[in-house]
Ligand binder design. Structure first.
Ligand code: HEM
Length: 140
């Protein structure tokens, strides 16, 4: 239960960043002065490396720890767990993609407008809903 509590605390930390970073990209893509540009770069770097990435790593560590501790024995044959693990791979790819976008903004090489980032921002919502339903309802 302590592992699950820590897993969930860091999952919330991770998702705070997954929701807010693309929002920063929206405002960054709309900004056109150098002071805002430099300020967004700092906010994005600190959020990605200081909050989101540690949150992601600790969520994964405590999740994997639970698998070894008891969960694989209990749920290893259940389809919901396999579906959840597949969605986590997708989420990690999204996280790494966010890192690439942070680097593009840092180097003043952003290629997308604010509408692109508004849609990009919706994706983690869908993944969160799916994973939480799989992990807590365990529908199959
Ligand atoms: C490597 C990544 C992950 C692994 C191995 C993992 C594994 C686990 C395990 C074994 C449990 C305990 C299941 C139980 O005893 O009922 C759990 C619970 C949970 N996980 Fe993960 N998880 C991972 C990532 C995530 C992510 C990214 C999210 C959110 C998007 C998430 C959301 C949850 C939730 C909400 C629960 C609580 C379910 C409940 O007890 O109601 N997990 N996870």
């Amino acid at each position: 239960m302590w592992l699950k509590a820590l897993h969930l605390i860091f999952m919330v930390t991770w998702f705070a960043g997954l929701f807010y970073l693309p929002r920063l990209f929206v405002y960054h893509a709309m900004s056109d002065d150098e002071i805002s540009n430099e300020r967004f770069k700092i906010m994005e770097r600190k959020l990605y490396f200081g909050i989101m990435t540690p949150g992601a790593i600790l969520t994964l560590i405590f999740g994997i720890w639970m698998l070894f501790d008891y969960a694989w024995d209990v749920y290893g044959a259940s389809a919901w767990l396999h579906a959840k693990l597949a969605l986590i791979v997708v989420l990690v790819v999204y996280h790494l993609w966010c890192g690439k976008l942070v680097r593009n903004f840092r180097d003043d090489r952003n290629q997308h407008g604010h509408v692109y980032y508004r849609w990009f921002n919706e994706f983690p919502v869908l993944v969160l809903v799916a994973i939480v339903i799989l992990a807590s309802v365990k529908p199959f």
